[in-house]
Design a protein around this ligand. Structure first.
Ligand code: CA
Length: 300
């Protein structure tokens, strides 16, 4: 039986603007195991599903609210109410300085009609589709930049945990993996806030591999950058770091990010990437912008 999980990274974001409800519905139809929600609070404490604390690289905020930028010339989700945020048009990701689309071959920038939405709205979409289809697709929320939220006097984590609990996500059995890059915050979620959810420690920096044992004291899995799994190529064959085997020895699942068919870097094809990481390196799942391709690969 295939036990590896496919996580729709920001939805089916290779095909539709990231973190739109449309991208989530498409991912749902692709039979993924989990759909991801990155979470940032609005001014009035609504968790918004958006990748960054900024608005200006995925919306028309600079046109609609030109005078609301901060001194660093960025527009912050946290400076706008949910009502204001819902008036913005969401677009495929672009560079706010040059206006250039980040992934040129994806959904065309500024086309279509897309909006921002809350965590609650997305859970209701996924739970509604689960009921209508008989599927059991899970959610994979991420607490974004807890230090920034704390500095702004906001309790993102407490608000998110409360909403998750209201929608029936409280234990490891409830198809909800909660993720965070901030190790102190994820540990706090387990130890102080006493959450029984499946917790995934995201990893970004090479030296973090030394903290695996500590991660295992509170987390159920890790989400490394996939390059942390790769060592080097010897005679055209990838050698791996000890990260996956070390994590498995500690009982941690390994869900690396991000599998992109249009950003292959060291791989010759997306199939080679999937074969190398999912099969040869034996990771337990994948965050991907192209969920259909990973689902098809794993079903083979
Ligand atoms: Ca994320």
């Amino acid at each position: 039986m295939n036990t590896k999980v496919v996580i729709a990274h920001r939805g089916a974001s290779g095909y539709l603007p990231e973190h739109t409800l449309e991208a989530k519905a498409m991912a749902f139809a692709m039979n993924v195991d989990f759909i991801e929600q990155d979470l940032v609070l609005s001014k009035d404490d609504v968790p918004i599903v958006i990748h960054d604390i900024y608005l200006d690289d995925v919306t028309d905020v600079a046109t609609k609210f030109a005078d609301r930028k901060r001194n660093d010339h960025r527009y912050y989700v946290i400076d706008f109410t949910f009502e204001e945020l819902q008036t913005l048009a969401v677009s495929e990701r672009f560079d706010p300085v040059t206006g250039k689309q980040f992934y040129p071959n994806r959904f065309p920038k500024e086309k279509g009609t897309f909006k921002l939405h809350s965590l609650q709205q997305e859970i209701e979409l996924i739970q509604g589709l689960n009921q209508a289809t008989g599927k059991k697709i899970g959610i994979y929320p991420e607490i974004k930049d807890p230090a920034f939220h704390a500095k702004e006097g906001k309790q993102l984590t407490e608000i998110v945990l409360q909403i998750l609990s209201e929608y029936g996500y409280t234990t490891k059995k409830d198809a909800c993996n909660l993720q965070c890059f901030d190790a102190k915050e994820l540990e706090r979620i387990r130890v102080e806030l006493k959450s029984d959810l499946f917790l995934v420690q995201l990893m970004e920096f090479p030296e973090e591999v030394n903290n695996l044992k500590h991660f295992a004291s509170y987390a159920d899995g890790i989400g490394p950058w996939y390059k942390q799994v790769l060592d080097r190529k010897v005679q055209e064959k990838w050698q791996f770091t000890s990260l996956v085997s070390d994590a498995h020895a500690l009982g941690l699942k390994v869900h690396p990010y991000t599998f992109r068919a249009d950003q292959l870097d060291e791989f010759s094809s997306f199939d080679a990437m999937m074969q190398t990481l999912l099969i040869d390196a034996n990771v337990d799942g994948a965050f991907t912008d192209f969920p259909d391709l990973v689902v098809t690969f794993l079903n083979k």
